[in-house]
Design a protein around this ligand. Structure first.
Ligand SMILES: CC(=O)N[C@@H]([C@@H](O)[C@H](O)[C@H](O)CO)[C@@H](O)CC(=O)C(=O)O
Length: 316
């Protein structure tokens, strides 16, 4: 069992201590404001300490929503998460700097615990200073709200190394707290962690099938789509890792990987994630928004059968 000192503490805008924590990601659209596994997250919070919601990111198709929808969703999460979630981080990234700034001001006004921003991905920054300039102009609109860079190069196409970005970042963005690191480049992650020990930045890992490797390097937590339906299993993996019982932790990681490897071969993205969330929870997640299209019945049947066939170490 994890200990009290592992809690992510946001005090006066500073994260002062963070070790192994559980952070979940349910980035639902506005008509699905309570996640399927949310209750279990809340219960598990007693054991695993810290429950953070990140809103309007990739899985919630934040970039496909209108500004008004994004604000509405953020407000709803703040409301529904009250007394259930420890922190609500709102993703406010957008192609338009003005829209991103507007969303940052809105997040601050509704009392978000943090804001996260991806790199703009149509006209892309190609150098560190260009990216930093954009992030700084968004962060400065919410000067008391902890700021996270959301690194997801597979989707943004912006491959500026985070190690480079972090060098001196607090001078430009005093509220900078950490990175949502959704990339498989564990060398970059390791260098970030190694070089920034003193700053105590937070590194939330976002490639769920590789979380155990990221934890071994020093990632502080995780934000990812699979925690919406494999949150309990991931918590058991985190507990095994903290114990430490590496063999047990590996079993959980391998089984999560077995499922993901299976569905990835079928074609797996946000639409399919929503389908899995729906059949696991019984709560309809609704269709994705074009250009994404709903998962096929064939996918759903195969994914369901695969998930049900997995025998987890806890016997469930
Ligand atoms: C590209 C993508 O969707 N990545 C997911 C992962 O959780 C991913 O679905 C998982 O590792 C399976 O490959 C997350 O990093 C995205 C995420 O947390 C978000 O919704 O913002």
């Amino acid at each position: 069992m994890l200990v009290q000192t592992d809690v992510l503490k946001l005090i006066e805008g500073n994260i002062i201590l963070l070790n192994i924590i559980r952070i979940v990601s349910t980035f639902f659209q506005y008509n699905q404001c309570i996640g399927p596994d949310l209750n279990s997250y809340v219960v598990l919070c007693c054991v695993v300490l810290c429950c953070v919601e990140t809103v309007n990111g990739t899985t919630g198709e934040g970039l496909s929503l209108s500004i008004q929808e994004r604000k509405q969703l953020a407000e709803e999460w703040m409301c529904q998460g009250k007394d259930k979630l420890d922190h609500v981080i709102i993703h406010v990234g957008a192609l338009s700097l003005l829209e991103s700034q507007e969303l940052a001001r809105h997040a601050a006004a509704i009392g978000a615990s943090g804001i996260a921003v991806i790199a703009p991905s149509f006209f892309k920054p190609t150098k560190k200073d260009e990216l930093l300039g954009f992030l700084q102009k968004v962060a400065s609109e919410a000067p008391t709200v902890p700021f996270y860079y959301y690194h997801i190069p597979a989707l943004t196409g912006v491959k500026i190394r985070v190690e480079e970005l972090l060098d001196g970042i607090r001078e430009q963005i005093p509220t900078f707290q950490g990175v949502k690191f959704s990339d498989t480049d564990l060398l970059d992650l390791a260098q970030c962690i190694n070089k920034n020990e003193r700053e105590r930045f937070v590194f939330l890992y976002g490639v769920d099938e590789q979380l155990l490797s990221a934890l071994a390097i020093g990632a502080n937590g995780a934000v990812g789509s699979t925690y919406n339906y494999l949150g309990r299993k991931t918590n058991l993996m985190l507990q095994a890792f903290a114990k430490p019982d590496l063999a047990l932790a590996q079993k959980y990681q391998f089984l999560t990987g077995e499922f993901l490897s299976f569905v990835i071969k079928l074609g797996f993205g946000v639409a399919q994630t929503k389908a899995v969330m729906t059949f696991v929870s019984g709560i309809p997640m609704g269709p994705p928004r074009l250009p994404l299209v709903s998962a096929s019945e064939e996918f759903i049947a195969k994914a369901k059968a695969k998930l049900e066939s997995i025998v987890w170490p806890d016997g469930d």
